[in-house]
Design a protein around this ligand. Structure first.
Ligand SMILES: Cc1cc2nc3c(=O)[nH]c(=O)nc-3n(C[C@H](O)[C@H](O)[C@H](O)COP(=O)(O)O)c2cc1C
Length: 402
């Protein structure tokens, strides 16, 4: 996660009364480590979960919790803090505070501060699945989104109440990344970007499939980076457990055929298409209807080719549309990458060697070399996937400006 944009920024961390409040301490430290000055405002109920003393000690500032405590020399600290803030983030955001913010209610320190602020404002909903899916909560989140709040979507998984599903607060790393994203130049504003990510799964029978170890990290990093730079992003993702990149619309698919139809439908409107997904080249001709039982010593599965999505996109490419591919190779990187660039009518290809230390499928870092259609080659050093995504977007911006 690239957090360098946070350096010397004034951030207000708002904490409301949810079980995930303990994770806000880690978020505070992450923001500080990235060079931000952080002040904390919390609701009275949040103090039931984590004491203000913890936030005061770590932030180095008094915590704003009580409107009328007279604890500082600043009689109107809801105004002075709001004016000095470069961004405000509420993590966790309870159903209650989301409802209050959606209706402009200012009945405590944190909600008053939020109303007074004109900087970018982020909320990180965290709650039980039924609360999160409640129609009133969803309506309030929609209102906040249309009012310009950035909603850092909760993840799927086991919730504190024991239930499974959406509602778990996004990880502190993800949230810090979204706060940093507020400060990127919006050089992709008005651009429609389609990104594909993750693996596909081709069923052999109802419980088995052909797939690969792609985690989706590189594609998600690209979707996140493009959204942070103002693009209108659609992410077509194969199975992945990563947090949805804020600001991106996600379309979840499983098989290569599903990915192909989602991609072709959305590519028609896209200015830029970046294909990072590791799509199966072959699929079983006839997946079994029931689980295959162990019987013979040997068995074979007949496979057939899946649609070559990238080649088809190359054929359908509109004038002015930029098409970017990825090549993961085990040998002859340059030859394979350049051949793919030409054969599939790409404008740019990012190539990396599978098995290179710190690079490739599930790693957080990558070492890519970029080749473009006019013969330029740029070898990037090992860097985290967010940084690599921004480098790649810099090149895409040049190409789409032509
Ligand atoms: C143990 C416990 C955990 C809670 N966790 C959450 C939560 O994760 N999300 C949420 O919206 N409310 C949660 N609540 C309910 C809120 O604390 C309650 O709605 C409260 O009024 C929120 O106040 P605030 O928004 O002013 O902080 C929890 C309550 C308890 C007792």
């Amino acid at each position: 996660m690239n957090l360098k944009m946070l350096s010397e920024k004034n951030i207000i961390l708002g904490v409301s009364g949810g079980i995930a409040a303990y994770k806000s301490v880690e978020l505070l430290r992450l923001l500080q480590k990235a060079g931000a000055a952080v002040k904390v405002a919390m609701t009275a109920n949040a103090a039931q979960f984590v004491g203000p003393l913890t936030f005061a000690a770590i932030s180095g500032h008094k915590v704003f919790k009580d409107m009328f405590s007279g604890e500082t020399d600043e009689p109107m600290w809801h105004i002075s803090w709001a004016e000095a803030a470069d961004a405000m983030v509420i993590a966790p955001a309870t159903a209650n505070i989301i409802a209050k913010l959606a209706n402009g209610i200012a009945d405590d320190a944190l909600t008053t501060l939020m109303l007074a602020a004109t900087c970018p404002k982020l909320i990180c909903p965290a709650m039980n699945i039924h609360m999160y899916e409640n129609i009133a909560v969803q309506r309030n989140i929609d209102i906040l989104q249309s009012d310009g709040f950035i909603v850092v979507e909760p993840g799927d998984g086991e919730l504190a109440c024991g239930a499974y599903g959406p509602g778990r607060m996004a990880e502190p790393q993800t949230i810090a990344g979204q706060v940093a994203a507020c400060f990127y130049l919006k050089d992709f504003a008005g651009k429609k970007v389609l990104v594909t990510a993750g693996p596909t799964r081709e069923p052999i029978d109802p419980v088995r499939f052909i797939s690969n170890p792609s985690s989706g990290k590189m594609g998600y990093a690209l979707a996140r980076a493009a959204a942070a730079r103002g693009a209108d992003v659609v992410l077509v993702s194969g199975p992945s457990s990563l947090d949805i990149p804020a600001g991106a619309q996600i379309i979840r698919v499983v098989t290569a055929a599903e990915m192909a139809s989602a991609v072709f439908e959305n590519a028609v409107h896209a200015d830029i298409v970046i294909k990072v997904a590791a799509v199966s080249d072959y699929r079983p001709v006839a997946p079994a209807e029931h689980k295959i039982k162990k019987s013979q010593d040997k068995m074979s599965i007949e496979l057939e080719k899946t649609v070559d999505i990238l080649a088809e996109l190359g054929r359908r490419k509109r004038p002015g549309q930029v098409l970017v591919g990825f090549a993961a190779e085990t040998r002859d990187l340059e030859i394979n990458a350049v051949n793919k660039l030409c054969a599939k009518n790409l404008d740019l290809i990012a190539a990396n060697v599978v098995g290179d230390a710190g690079a490739g499928f599930a790693a957080d870092t990558n070492r890519i070399t970029l080749y473009d259609a006019v013969g330029r080659r740029e070898e990037l050093p090992l860097m985290d996937k967010d940084a690599a995504a921004h480098h790649l977007l810099d090149r895409v911006r040049e190409l789409s400006g032509r």
